[in-house]
Write a protein that binds this ligand. Structure first.
Ligand code: NAI
Length: 399
């Protein structure tokens, strides 16, 4: 039987996923985009064009895959009809819109994959899907398998780099039976890289979410900024300095402390995959990094990050940082705030996360954290366990 998949989204990751999956003759790919007129534009483009994934190779050559998705639509009913796997490939702030749209039409025994789920994905899916979630499975990847950028909407996406390994967790509802092997099927779609590492529980994946990377770098770079436009857009990863690397390292330490405490409190849980970000780079980007003598150097010499810049807005006299870009808008409410929430339930202090959240929430005009506690007026818009009424650690393991 042919595998039918739905890709939700219309950005970099969605283009790449649609192309990579579509390169398999036995897979039908549909795309759902609810953003503005994206579905209509993309659909029109595909009438006379292929979708091409372009992959530069280290030896200077390149690979190309050209495919045609079966359907691009903004109609959630048509999109989800007959589908075996739904891949959510949108920034986390768009998840609730997509889950809400497909909820009435999704059939039992469908697999929903957050790619990446980003922290709090499972809480949000279960909250929106309600009783239906017991008949579904929810998988979550810790990041996107690729670094990728669309360079011509609908037609052309650059696959800049692969991760070597990628963690995924699966929560299977008690009345759900997925009729295919989950890991093998997704691995076949991806190809050789990244190798999927099945992680024992979803809280580990939440603590592994790669949303920890951007906020410390943003905070480290801009917290003492004088507010004056800068002449050039600074390099984001290649520009990492010791202060930024140290902040990131400390946030990662706080995730590990939380994981260790959870393992101590609940000895049925394995949290060994929650590793330090430096070890993660060395393992997951092994082939891309040329100098792994420190976290800072590993980031600066990671080929998958070549040339990526700080998110900036054009203004008179130069550029100013865009604090509404997903590096803060996504990675605070659907990242650090969630990890902080899990740490709070585990009774682990997180001074560095608190410092960064306090600065970033101010830039976002939001309030999640008040005096080190997640009691802010905007907490409901975030995805901490506390945003959905979880009060104890044990409740997280009875979803
Ligand atoms: P993107 O920035 O390309 O996503 C843009 C798309 O999201 C739009 O085309 C639209 O379909 C949707 N969208 C944007 N604003 C929206 C809104 N207000 N309402 C509804 N939909 C909206 O994102 P990308 O690059 O595809 O990333 C997807 C996820 O993968 C994110 O969580 C990102 O952090 C993560 N990621 C991306 C990497 C990359 O290289 N692109 C690398 C690692 C992680």
């Amino acid at each position: 039987r042919r595998l039918k998949i739905l890709v939700c989204g219309g950005g970099n990751g969605a283009h790449c996923m649609a192309g990579v999956a579509g390169s398999h003759a036995e897979i039908d790919v549909k795309i759902l985009s609810l953003f503005e007129d994206e579905a209509e534009r993309w659909s029109n483009i595909l009438k006379s064009n292929f979708l091409t994934v372009y992959e530069p190779l280290v030896n200077g050559g390149h690979m190309e895959i050209s495919t045609k998705p079966k359907l691009v639509t903004n109609d959630p009913e048509k999109a989800v009809e007959g589908v075996d796997i739904v891949f959510m490939v949108v920034p986390a702030f768009a998840h609730s819109q997509y889950i809400t749209a497909i909820a009435p039409f999704i059939k039992p025994n469908t697999l929903i994959v957050g790619m990446p789920g980003q922290a709090g994905f499972e809480f949000q899916c279960i909250n929106i899907l309600g009783q239906k979630s017991s008949q579904l499975a929810i998988a979550s990847f810790e990041s996107l398998p690729w670094a990728c950028r669309v360079d011509d909407f609908g037609k052309h996406v650059q696959l800049i780099g692969f991760k070597d390994v990628l963690g995924m967790s699966v929560v299977t509802g008690k009345d759900c039976k997925i009729p295919f092997p989950i890991v093998d099927t997704i691995q076949d779609i991806f190809g050789k890289k990244p190798a999927i590492n099945l992680v024992q529980n979803y809280i580990a994946i939440n603590l592994m979410a790669k949303s920890i990377i951007h906020p410390p770098l943003m905070y480290g770079h801009w917290s003492n900024w004088d507010g004056k436009p800068v002449r050039k857009k600074p390099l984001f990863y290649q520009g990492v300095d010791p202060k930024q690397a140290n902040l990131l390292s400390k946030v990662s330490d706080e995730c590990i402390l939380t994981a260790k405490k959870i393992e101590k409190l609940r000895n049925d849980l394995k949290m060994k995959d929650v590793i330090h970000i430096f070890d993660w780079y060395k393992t997951y980007y092994h082939d891309e990094i040329t100098d792994d003598s420190s976290l800072m150097m590993a980031m600066k010499t990671n080929a998958a990050y070549d040339g990526l810049l700080h998110p900036m807005k054009n203004v008179e006299g130069g550029f100013v940082p865009d604090f509404n870009y997903r590096y803060t808008r996504e990675d605070i409410p659907y990242g650090l705030v969630v990890m902080k929430g899990i740490a709070e339930l585990a009774g682990v202090p997180t001074p560095t996360m608190d410092e960064i959240i306090t600065w970033a929430q101010n830039k976002l005009g939001k309030e999640y954290l008040v005096n080190g506690r997640l009691t802010g007026k905007d907490l409901k818009e975030a995805r901490a366990p506390q945003s959905f009424g979880f009060k104890t650690l044990d409740e997280l393991f009875n979803i």
